[in-house]
Write a protein that binds this ligand. Structure first.
Ligand SMILES: Cc1cc2nc3c(=O)[nH]c(=O)nc-3n(C[C@H](O)[C@H](O)[C@H](O)COP(=O)(O)OP(=O)(O)OC[C@H]3O[C@@H](n4cnc5c(N)ncnc54)[C@H](O)[C@@H]3O)c2cc1C
Ligand code: FES
Length: 290
């Protein structure tokens, strides 16, 4: 995973706060300095610029960056699901109001994946880091001011899982960006009937060995991450997870975000997801260890 850059703090005007669903919003923010530095996998902390309710920011992954005709980053986009007080407050804000934002935070994904057949596996709101990552690795957007491009023979396929069809977010951005996307639902109301790991197994079985993935990248609810990690481990496929632990400070000071990570000597240490993560090698995460 890539190194940090120094986080910036800014009051950013809300340019758009679009309601996709009563529980799902897309916010575009005028934060050019952060937008020009942030890379896929990194996140920002956001809260209202006024008042103390809530006092703490909420971590949100960068969904996309918008550039002007001259190639300057002008705005940053996040997609958020209403979960509790902080995201509810964000959903009530209107264009012209300001949020306080700090970032880029955490490590980004590597510039070039050491893999040729990559599967993104997302569940719930865990799809948000993947648009920028796909566009970056495919060479179509210069996040962090840097154009990178994976090997031209490399491919990205994405699986998105939800409980039911009414919980599927708008995913047109992914298809428009040329990502091969498959859907699955637990109740079979849309796409493949079953969990993401069931669809992964189905795909795996139907592919010749040379077409099977050599990297899985996953983000979503923790039970799904643990299941995807186990699936990859059983098949000896490298797997990266992006953890979405709850956070208070976002920059390494409070230890509220720790995850149990296995060390080289076999012991388990608590690592700060905001600072050492949010991306970890799945094989290093001690799932269920608290
Ligand atoms: C790296 C990362 C990326 C994420 N990306 C996204 C995304 O793109 N979209 C999305 O919808 N969600 C994302 N999440 C999850 C999102 O941050 C949570 O859903 C959000 O914080 C919920 O906040 P809330 O105020 O709505 O809920 P609340 O239940 O009010 O608060 C949730 C969390 O806020 C923090 N908090 C509040 N008070 C305290 C306190 N006193 N001490 C310590 N912590 C406190 C805690 O973490 C708490 O559990 C991401 C999380 C991480 C870590
Ligand atoms: S959120 Fe404070 S140390 Fe990670």
């Amino acid at each position: 995973m890539n190194e940090h850059c120094t986080p910036l703090q800014a009051d950013a005007e809300i340019l758009e706060n679009h309601e996709y669903r009563p529980w799902l919003f897309r916010m575009r923010l005028a934060a050019p300095a952060i937008a020009s530095k942030i890379r896929p996998g990194q996140f920002v902390m956001i809260r209202s610029a006024w008042g103390n309710d809530p006092l703490l920011g909420r971590p949100l992954a960068v969904y996309d960056v918008d550039w002007d005709a001259a190639g300057q980053a002008v705005s940053l986009e996040v997609i958020y699901q209403i979960f509790g007080r902080g995201t509810k407050r964000l959903s009530q804000m209107t264009p012209g109001e300001s949020v306080r934002i700090w970032g880029p935070l955490g490590h980004s994904f590597d510039e070039i994946p050491d893999a040729r057949r990559i599967w993104f596996v997302a569940g719930g709101i865990g799809y948000t880091p993947f648009l920028a990552l796909a566009k970056w690795w495919m060479g179509s957007s210069p996040y962090g001011g840097k154009t990178v491009r994976m090997d031209s023979t490399a491919s990205i396929n994405m699986i998105y899982g939800a409980r039911s069809s009414d919980m599927i977010p708008p995913l047109a951005d992914f298809r428009d960006s040329g990502i091969d996307l498959q859907l699955c639902t637990d109740d079979g109301s849309a796409g493949f009937s079953g969990r993401v790991t069931d669809l992964m197994t189905e795909n795996w079985s139907s592919l010749p060995e040379e077409a099977r993935p050599d990297l899985v990248v996953t983000c979503g609810p923790e039970p799904m991450l643990a299941a995807v990690s186990a699936w990859a481990g059983e098949r000896q496929v490298r797997c990266l997870v992006s953890l979405e632990n709850q956070m208070a400070c976002g920059f390494g000071a409070c230890f509220s975000c720790v995850a149990p990570i296995r060390q080289a000597d076999g012991s388990t240490d608590l690592k700060r997801v905001c600072l050492e993560g949010p991306i970890f090698d799945a094989a290093d995460v001690a799932w269920g260890h608290r």
